[in-house]
Design a protein around this ligand. Structure first.
Ligand SMILES: *Cc1c(COP(=O)(O)O)cnc(C)c1O
Length: 395
């Protein structure tokens, strides 16, 4: 019998249990499901702010909503540019378009798919307003360099931590606290979940004020029925928040467990002291750097290409692995050839994203991802190692 690999779409691959049921029972019996008048979402915000050591946390409907709030906080004028990565969920980019700003895709580091600060620096111009960095798959991006760039040019630095709950930065702080705003997701496939949900964290009172207003129809509840600014309804419900609070209590174990099995896999794949495995007769692999990694997924890079062949080999051995992560990087999405707002493309007339050769090569040839899960055991790791070791060299 083959060993089952638990995944995030089933109970065996999640940490949902009696605590979440009790939380929902509590909220439903209270009669108040809306967070404007309830207590759960505000409590979740306090708990996340405390965990992250941030002055503010703002709960909202999704990770995409959290990113939209952070773009609103950066306050681009229509046509202003926001530099971001082409290897991410579309939730990073959609909010830029929603605010009539222009996404500018910078290329990535071929070793881990995270933004290359030099590529970002080369794209900063008079209309640049913000940088949105993603800690891809849970690996810390080069945030110190990006923060220095943002400070030098007066830009807002937004950290998309949807895949990076408790990712640690050099110095020990969590990803999400090195920029001006950090965002988190509670969607089904993230480290912890309430189905859908999001949070932003920030130390900046003014950015927090803008985000709170935008998430609640521009309505300052203390001032009466009066609207200060454009806003949508991005509120998290009490049901989501109650489940998220129960999940938050389990987050340290989720990370500890993912880190333990990922370290086992790294140890098995690594030659003593080296980052590269160049065993004759096997495909050359670049292993992920474990420092601070949250292991949302376990990525491998094959500098010589052939990720889809290795993915097929691993899948055949029962290991949940895929090549590329995306069908195409977001700079090549079909969207850019079409109208965006009704029949109009304003302010994107004539806009075409520039090529990002490293990102394109990762997605088409060199990036392999293995699904990761806190319920994996050493047995799962052993099967993965055997499957990789049994893969022949590329011709
Ligand atoms: C999941 C994800 C999002 C979007 O979050 P949702 O909660 O699904 O809206 C944004 N960015 C990244 C990197 C993600 O992985």
């Amino acid at each position: 019998m083959t060993l089952h690999f638990p995944n995030m779409a089933e109970s065996a691959g999640r940490t949902l249990g009696d605590e979440e049921v009790a939380a929902l029972d509590r909220v439903i019996r209270s009669g108040m499901l809306n967070s404007v008048w309830g207590t759960e979402a505000r409590a979740l915000e306090r708990e996340v702010a405390e965990l992250y050591g941030s002055r503010h946390a703002i709960a909202c409907a999704s990770g995409t909503a959290a990113l939209h709030l952070s773009v609103v906080a950066a306050a681009p004028d229509p046509g202003d540019e926001i530099i971001t990565t082409p290897i991410t969920d579309f939730g990073t980019v959609a909010p830029i378009l929603a605010q009539n700003a222009v996404p500018v895709f910078a290329d990535v580091d071929p070793a881990d798919g995270n933004l290359d600060p030099d590529a970002v620096a080369a794209l900063i111009g008079p209309r640049t307003r913000a940088i949105m960095v993603v800690h891809l798959f849970g690996a810390p991006a080069r945030i110190g360099e990006l923060r220095a760039l943002a400070d030098r040019h007066g830009l807002t630095l937004i950290e998309d931590c949807a895949q990076a709950w408790l990712t640690e930065l050099p110095g020990g702080r969590y990803a999400g606290t090195a920029g001006h705003v950090g965002t988190l997701s509670l969607q089904q496939w993230k480290h912890i979940t309430c189905g859908d949900g999001g949070l932003t964290v920030t130390d900046d009172d003014e950015l927090a004020r803008r985000m709170r207003l935008f998430a609640d129809k521009g309505w300052d509840r203390a001032a009466g029925r009066s609207h200060e600014s454009l806003g949508l309804n991005y509120r998290m419900t009490e049901l989501q928040a109650a489940v998220a609070r129960a999940q938050l209590a389990k987050l340290p174990w989720v990370l500890e467990s993912r880190r333990r099995t990922a370290a086992e896999l790294l140890r098995a794949l690594r030659e003593p002291g080296g980052e590269r495995e160049e065993t004759p007769g096997r495909a050359e692999l670049v292993l992920p750097r474990p420092d601070g990694h949250a292991w949302w997924l376990f990525p491998l890079v094959l500098p010589g290409g052939g990720a889809s062949e290795l993915a097929a080999h691993l899948s055949a051995a029962g290991v949940p692995a895929r090549a590329g992560y995306l069908r195409e990087p977001l700079n090549q999405a079909p969207l850019w050839d079409r109208p965006v707002y009704g029949a109009s493309r304003y302010p994107l007339e004539g806009y075409r994203p520039a090529p990002c050769p490293e990102a394109e090569r990762l997605v088409s040839d060199t990036l392999l991802i293995i699904d990761w899960n806190e319920h994996y055991t050493s047995e799962h790791v052993k099967i993965i190692v055997e499957a990789i070791r049994s893969y022949p060299a590329q011709p």
